[in-house]
Ligand binder design. Sequence first.
Ligand SMILES: Nc1ncnc2c1ncn2[C@@H]1O[C@H](COP(=O)(O)OP(=O)(O)OP(=O)(O)O)[C@@H](O)[C@H]1O
Ligand SMILES: [Mg+2]
Length: 261
Amino acid sequence: MEEIVLEIEDLSKTYKVTKKQQKVMNTTKREIKAVENLSFKLYKGEIFCLLGNNGAGKTTTLRMISTLIEPRSGTIKMNGNLIEENKNLVKEKIGFLTTELKLDDFFTPNYLFDFFGKMYHMNKEEISKRKEKLFNILGIDRFAEVKIKKLSTGMRQKVSIAISLVHNPEIIIFDEPTNGLDIVTTREIVVFLKTLKEEGKTILISTHIFDVVDKLADRVGIMVNGKLVYCENYREIVRENRLIEDIFFEVFEEEKNRILR
Ligand SMILES: Nc1ncnc2c1ncn2[C@@H]1O[C@H](COP(=O)(O)OP(=O)(O)OP(=O)(O)O)[C@@H](O)[C@H]1O
Ligand SMILES: [Mg+2]
């Protein structure tokens, strides 16, 4: 039996819409259903890729799993334990990367890494060992003393990735890890994620890039309008000689038409 690391069951989230947002979005709706009755499992050692159009609910889902926001209903279990009752354990076990987190412009990668290491109660030696490894793999060493504001988008992203993994978490949740990156840095991050998988980590990422899915996915989920409308083994997709891109647009159109009907 495969070991279940995360179990998401019937998860829903709604956001209140402010008057101002109503105007911007040209709607009278008071609430947005960002995630609706979402269920899926994450197995140990796999890479699960979550696809979905803008606003599908990917970030909301990943933030709920990382306990940054609370669901309206449903449950999330990590290794069989409810995450809301084990927030400290979640912090310890999960490494979360989000597009919303901005590194402070005036600090250096070196300083920030140490800062986050201390936040995780790591001692100097542990931090420095971890830093050496991650900075080396991600090619950050040369830039370790350069202020964030002087770094390129790709280098900043790699620093964010290093920081999110400072505590060597078992479960890695990356929201669009290759967002805005060129093909070279994207490849580097893809290769890096593969090495993490080889180390036995369990990985959940969201992405808009089919190529990233092709290179990494053990399983693929597609979200549309807050719902997981598709979930399949990548091997099965290959076996059926199908392209994830075709499947995406198929299920996307289907869901759109279903709503219009
Ligand atoms: N803090 C918030 N307050 C109100 N509505 C929100 C908030 N965050 C997200 N939403 C809404 O919830 C829905 C889902 O958003 P979410 O950011 O989870 O989508 P996403 O799949 O990550 O999209 P993207 O691909 O653009 O990152 C969207 O309709 C969005 O406008
Ligand atoms: Mg998002």
